[in-house]
Write a protein that binds this ligand. Structure first.
Ligand code: SAM
Length: 277
């Protein structure tokens, strides 16, 4: 039997690791690290190495670095492209676990933020466990997400009273009807899709490289800060070569109508009839 941990390492600072994550790391024989192509790859790999150094020192475990398969555009379409990419990743995980982890040993992937948020490793490794449950045991250690760090740094709650919150991608923000969104965290946005939300009564809370030495924050009414934000993003990209950012778009209350806890406001949802006790 082999054991594999997927450990949420938080989104940047080594201080975001939980005690549970550190205790799990102490049991690991082999740490697998996937190197992604792209400008930030050396920095992101170095951060993981620093985490190991800080909590475990440099001995007592093996380190296996592999190149993550790049995502390619498939002529057949977006979904097919993602599927093909996931298939290649699953096969890479299978060969790493098969060839680099001995029977009776424990392996681990340190995953950025929390393993459940926009990270397919849980699904792909879960498929491998389903194929051979007698040979591979999986344990997932949750981590702090970039969403939590964004709201903590801006000192705001994630949701307003009684209101739902959407967590979505730049790809969605680029194509949705802006009037549909009241309160949304946007991740994986490579096209500054917040520009589509001009003149919508929106506030933005933006964070770049949260928890990292180059952390940058900006917030305010979107219409007022938009040009500055675009300029800052361009500047950072020019200096550093890559950018990892996340933001929350929130419709301002006056634009939003009555406070969301007032269920009787016109145009807002009516309360469900109370069940008889
Ligand atoms: C593939 S997703 C992984 C998210 C991760 N599992 C988490 O829990 O935060 C990567 C996206 O998360 C956001 N992100 C992750 N870490 C970040 C950080 N330190 N600063 C800003 N955004 C971050 C960015 O939107 C980035 O495009």
């Amino acid at each position: 039997m082999k054991k594999l941990y997927l450990i949420g390492m938080g989104p940047g600072s080594p201080e975001y690791l939980t005690v549970q994550a550190i205790e799990a790391m102490k049991k690991v024989d082999v740490f697998f690290m996937l190197e992604k192509e792209g400008r930030g790859k050396a920095e992101l790999l170095q951060l993981r190495r620093e985490i190991l150094h800080r909590y475990l020192g440099d001995e007592g475990y093996r380190l296996v670095v592999a190149t993550s398969p790049p995502r390619t555009l498939e002529a057949s379409g977006y979904k097919e492209g993602v599927q093909a990419w996931h298939d290649r990743k699953r096969e890479l995980f299978a060969s790493l676990i098969g060839e680099q982890l001995r029977d009776g040993e424990t392996g681990a992937f340190l995953l950025w933020g929390d393993p459940s948020l926009y990270d397919q490793t849980v699904t792909l490794v879960g498929d491998l466990v389903a194929r051979a449950p007698e040979a591979l045991e999986l344990e997932i250690i949750p981590g702090i997400t970039s969403v939590q760090v964004l709201t903590a740094k801006h000192q705001i709650p994630l949701n307003r009273v009684g209101e739902s919150i959407t967590i979505t991608t730049g790809r969605y923000a680029e194509t949705c009807d802006p009037s549909e969104i009241d309160n949304a965290v946007v991740m994986l946005d490579y096209n500054a899709s917040f520009q589509r939300f001009r003149e919508q009564g929106m506030d933005i809370y933006w964070g770049g490289y949260l928890g990292c030495p180059d952390e940058t924050l900006m917030s305010g009414p979107l219409d007022e800060v938009l040009e500055d934000l675009l300029r800052i993003k361009a500047q950072i990209r020019k200096n550093k070569g890559w950018l990892m950012d996340i933001y929350l778009l929130r419709r301002r209350d006056e634009a939003h109508g009555e406070p969301s806890e007032d269920w009787s406001s016109p145009g807002r949802g009516q309360p469900l009839p109370r069940e008889e006790p």
